[in-house]
Write a protein that binds this ligand. Structure first.
Ligand SMILES: *Cc1c(COP(=O)(O)O)cnc(C)c1O
Length: 362
């Protein structure tokens, strides 16, 4: 009999919460279908596990061909949309074989499609309405639509797509300008329309067209400043957890960790936990951000190291012991709060979970 090694750092993925959040998104946009965005390893949550849990999504959206192929290799046969389309003939062939839908955002991509087999692709033509990243301006958009409309490889009508730059902004002007441009350029389009990301879903009902494209919301996290997923009826999907590996007393005036950046102001019960920036817990949270020790809040003591953090557990009393769980973020401590402490956005922290963190679903 072999003893299973218990990993030091675990990202536990709550599949019930994922399904709950998909239902919450459907309530927010009852007339829209849902393209569940699972790029970047499902925002660090595990691409295949998330896609299996979200088997009721109407489609999945990924950034790169390889991400879509990983879904197919796992036996997932839902529609898959490539949010940035394809960039060479090999990608085009792979995408055709796998039955992916393509975003088309440039004249080069329109030309590339000329070489594709008959009825290979459903296409989403992307208009640049003001983000100025990907997408065609109005004049090129009309020309591309005409060109695609005459191509044998395009299945069904050409669909229309744009992306919002400022949907999380509480004042709606910038988004309204984008929505107006989109409405004008796509008037008379027979195809479907897709605009809203998570912040668009929350702030701009007008952006909830035929298809919405939530990413962050599905993971139970709010894209809006000073809000948490629970404010929108969502449940956090990931709990990042480690455990205490050492405990000691530190005398007043003693310093803790690299650079001696933290100094004990009283006799301090110091816990060391086995998690650090090598796991994706950001060093930029500073020297006294909160974590949860066995469910109770306690501040860090000193800088985050690669493999460890120090925690001031003096206030928690004698009950704290080696082996106790330490939650870095999850239900009890929102990743939104940790990101704000780190001067980051929750997207960065979730995507930054490193390879050595064990993923576990429940
Ligand atoms: C990543 C992405 C989304 C999802 O964004 P969230 O803010 O996570 O909802 C939607 N659309 C496009 C084009 C994207 O690249």
């Amino acid at each position: 009999m072999s003893d299973a090694i218990r990993p030091m750092v675990c990202a536990t993925i709550d599949t019930d919460a994922l399904r709950n959040n998909l239902r919450a998104v459907r309530r927010m946009a009852p007339r829209s279908r849902v393209m569940a965005v699972v790029k970047a390893n499902a925002y660090g949550h595990g691409l295949v596990a998330v896609a299996r849990a979200l088997d009721e999504a109407d489609a999945f959206a990924v950034a790169r061909v390889e991400e879509g192929l990983a879904l197919r290799q796992a036996g997932i046969d839902r529609p898959v949309v490539l949010l940035e389309g394809v960039f060479d003939a090999a990608q085009l062939r792979a995408a055709a074989q796998a039955g992916f839908e393509l975003v088309v955002h440039s004249p080069e991509q329109v030309a590339l499609l000329g070489g594709a087999p008959e009825a290979a692709f459903r296409v989403w033509l992307k208009l640049d309405t003001g983000m100025n990243r990907l997408g065609l301006r109005e004049a090129d958009f009309a020309a591309a639509r005409a060109a695609l409309g005459g191509m044998r490889c395009v299945r069904g009508p050409v669909n229309a797509f744009t992306h919002l730059a400022c949907a999380d902004d509480p004042s709606p002007q910038a988004t309204n300008r984008q929505l107006d441009r989109f409405a004008a350029a796509t008037a008379g389009f027979a195809g479907e329309r897709s605009v809203a990301n998570s912040a668009g879903l929350l702030n701009h009902p007008r952006a909830c067209t035929d298809w919405v494209r939530p990413g962050l919301l599905l993971y139970g996290v709010s894209p809006l400043p000073n809000r948490r997923g629970a404010d929108h009826g969502l449940r956090p999907v990931m709990r990042l957890e480690s455990r205490i590996i050492a405990l000691k007393w530190v005398a007043p005036g003693e310093r803790v960790g690299y650079g001696g950046a933290w100094t004990a102001s009283r006799p301090t019960r110091l816990a060391i936990a086995a998690v650090g920036y090598g796991d994706g817990y950001p060093r930029s949270v500073g020297i006294d951000a909160d974590v949860l020790v066995d469910g109770r809040r306690a501040p860090l003591a000193g800088r985050v190291s690669m493999d460890m953090i120090g925690i001031d557990v003096t206030e928690l009393g004698e009950r704290v012991a080696v082996g106790d769980p330490v939650e870095l973020w999850g239900e009890g401590l929102g990743v939104e709060e940790v990101a704000a402490r780190a001067g980051a956005i929750p997207y960065e922290l979730l995507c930054g979970i490193s390879q050595r963190v064990a993923a576990r679903t429940r």
